[in-house]
Design a protein around this ligand. Structure first.
Ligand SMILES: Cc1ncc(COP(=O)(O)O)c(C=O)c1O
Length: 632
């Protein structure tokens, strides 16, 4: 993470004499800017009387929902603001360390440490109408620009709207756009379609070099690292071409969802040599882990929906510019004209979310590193794709471009031995990891990416179908590990195991609470079963009747856990009894075992169901890794 040490400390001699209390011009550091996002550290806290004329002393910034602004009654011109969105120079200089040539410092204010970012609001210093100007999102923009070390930031209504703004601004008929083959699929697809519409050539480059082939378990590439990087360089070079037509090169590193690493500096050098701009999608690493502008990028794009907001409750996007020039003007104009702006409430929520960005991202990096190591060593994981692992082919480059050489983000993927079905059932067995798309929130998410991408694209997206994408949240890392480990080993816990109140009440003999716990389990299982039914996991289900059995026979397979119903799929009858999984596949021991164990049990329906499928026979006790209730 960013060095918290004192890199400032310069004293302005004249001011020191007359204002001893203000003698230090040491700029606030990244953590301070973030913690007071939109507040004191950026000089835009209303309580400090900086920007917005607030006289209440409110510590947090207000929300400005107004769509329009009164004009000067005499001149009918927009009224000047009491200040403008300002970015502290020294944060940019000392913490983010952007190259000086990238900044256009306009005029220091009275405290000598803030620079007015003339380009931040579309009409600097004035508000006219809320599509181009809104004081709430200007505050959020100032924070993001400061963190990324850019001259300005434009918020958009989503990450995709931000990408769309860049495409509109930078590409025209006859140009060429170069995009990574391995990247967030919707962005890639959007650029492909946009280019086709406007007559712009669209080329893909492959940042996955020979060595990365080991990710798909293919033979290791004999080439050296240096040769492999040369391969990457030449792939980008070939895609960019020397004819000057390429106007935009896109980078996503590490890239969704295989987390291949791209050498940002190297690609920037190639692109700039041929007159192209470079935009880095920094959604996954955030400015806390990687500063693409420092590595030479012209633009940084964020899906602020993810880590920047961090609470899975806002959809937003951002573009940050390294240089204030006509390209940046075109991006802001595209935003104003397309109208893809953020609402003021969302901008305010984003500001609130960003106040904990540093704490969240650090914890997520730590937990991810811990989990990656454990997952990489698990017997049912063929590979763990995390750029922080020394075994990752892009690790050296990732280390070099990490802001502190040790922050690799909170995203990774695992490839599960046993293929798609095994991977999906791991998703299904997790109790803490939420099976959902998106990333960067406080809650950990697990996703079978091929299903999502294939569903959206209406075909195979090329993502390996044994791959699970993991977004590491803020839960206890040990809980996260145990949950995944047990899921990988086919173990299934009751929902009520996770609710100590209910479980405790149960063991205390509180019948009502115990019943509530059981009911909770039952409902969750019924829901899962309904979903599984819709997905066609089970063709039908049969009832196991139990007479005089104290303990429930139930917990029959994960997705079919409706009390004592036994799910029957095309290929098996799958049951879990008292923690042990059984599958109707081989000999006939299972019913006998059940009868011996639970004397009153009647298995007529089950046996009839099995009898109706000659290919099935009762009894094989499954090894833990496969006895996970997929039912197939
Ligand atoms: C890396 C990356 N970039 C861009 C986007 C698009 O962002 P949004 O969903 O906010 O439009 C996403 C969304 O998942 C993403 O993961």
């Amino acid at each position: 993470m960013v060095d918290p040490g004192d890199g400032g400390g310069e004293v302005a001699p004249n001011k020191a004499a007359s204002h001893p209390a203000r003698m230090s011009t040491r700029a606030p550091r990244v953590d301070t800017v973030i913690a007071q996002a939109g507040g004191v550290a950026l000089g835009i806290c209303p309580g400090r009387g900086a920007n917005h004329g607030d006289t209440t002393g409110s510590v947090i910034p207000p929300i400005y929902p107004s769509t329009t602004y009164a004009r000067d009654p005499e001149t009918y011109l927009p009224r000047p603001l009491m200040g403008a969105a300002r970015v502290p120079n020294r944060v940019v200089e000392t913490a983010i360390d952007a190259p000086a040539s990238n900044r256009r410092e306009v005029a220091d204010d009275d405290r000598g440490r803030f620079t007015t970012v003339a380009s931040a609001p579309a009409h600097p210093g004035k508000n006219v109408y809320a599509r181009p100007d809104n004081p709430t999102y200007v505050q959020a923009e100032a924070v993001i620009a400061a963190l990324d070390g850019g001259v300005g930031c434009a918020l958009f209504s989503s990450g995709m709207a931000a990408a769309c703004g860049l495409a509109t601004a930078l590409l025209k008929h006859g140009d060429r756009c170069v995009f990574p083959r391995h990247s967030y699929f919707a962005c890639r697809e959007y650029f492909r379609q946009h280019c086709a519409r406007i007559g712009c050539e669209f080329r893909l480059y492959d940042c996955r070099k020979g060595k990365l082939q080991t990710h798909s378990n293919e033979a290791a590439d004999p080439r050296t690292d240096e040769e492999l990087w040369r391969t990457e360089g030449s792939a980008v070079e070939a895609a960019v071409g020397a004819d000057g037509k390429t106007k935009l090169v896109w980078i996503e590193t590490p890239a969704n969802p295989t987390w291949d690493v791209t050498d940002v500096r190297r690609v920037c050098d190639i692109a700039h040599a041929f007159g192209a701009s470079v935009c880095v999608d920094n959604t996954v690493l955030t400015p806390l882990c990687c500063a693409p502008i420092r590595l030479g990028a012209d633009f940084v794009m964020h899906s602020a929906t993810k880590y920047l907001n961090g609470h899975s409750d806002v959809v937003a996007g951002a573009v940050v510019a390294a240089v204030d020039d006509e390209r940046w003007g075109a991006v802001k104009s595209a935003r104003a004209m397309n109208g893809g702006i953020l609402g003021s409430f969302e901008a305010w929520l984003l500001l609130r979310g960003m106040r904990t960005l540093h704490v969240r991202v650090r914890r997520q990096c730590e937990s991810a590193a811990y989990l990656a190591k454990r997952l990489a060593a698990h017997k049912n994981v063929s590979v763990c794709l995390y750029q922080g692992l020394a075994s990752h082919p892009g690790h050296d480059v990732a280390t070099a471009q990490s802001i502190d050489g040790a922050s690799f983000g909170g995203m990774m993927s695992i490839r599960v031995k046993g293929g798609a079905d095994a991977a999906k059932s791991v998703c299904g067995l997790c109790k803490i990891w939420v099976p959902a798309t998106s990333l960067g929130g406080v809650e950990s998410l697990i996703e079978h990416r091929a299903t999502l991408e294939g569903g959206c694209l209406g075909g195979d997206s090329g993502v390996p179908d044994d791959l699970l994408r993991l977004s590491v949240g803020l839960e206890d890392p040990e809980d996260l590990w145990i949950d995944l480990k047990e899921a990988l080993e086919g173990k299934k816990r009751k929902d009520s195991d996770y609710f100590p109140d209910l479980a405790g009440a149960k063991s205390d003999g509180d019948a009502a609470a115990g019943a509530a716990a059981a009911e909770f389990d039952r409902k969750r299982k019924a829901e899962s079963a309904a979903i599984a039914g819709k997905r066609g996991h089970y063709r039908d289900r049969v009832r196991v009747a139990v007479h005089g059995v104290g303990a429930p026979v139930g917990n029959v397979c994960r997705r079919g856990c409706a009390g004592r119903d036994v799910p029957v799929s095309d290929k098996s009858v799958h049951a879990k009894v008292k923690g042990l999984s059984y599958c109707a596949r081989s000999d006939g021991a299972f019913p006998d075992w059940l009868r011996a164990r639970f004397p009153g049990i009647r298995l007529d329906d089950v046996e009839a169901a099995v009898a109706a499928r000659p290919e099935l026979r009762w009894g094989e006790r499954l090894p833990p890794a496969t006895a996970n209730g997929g039912g197939e």
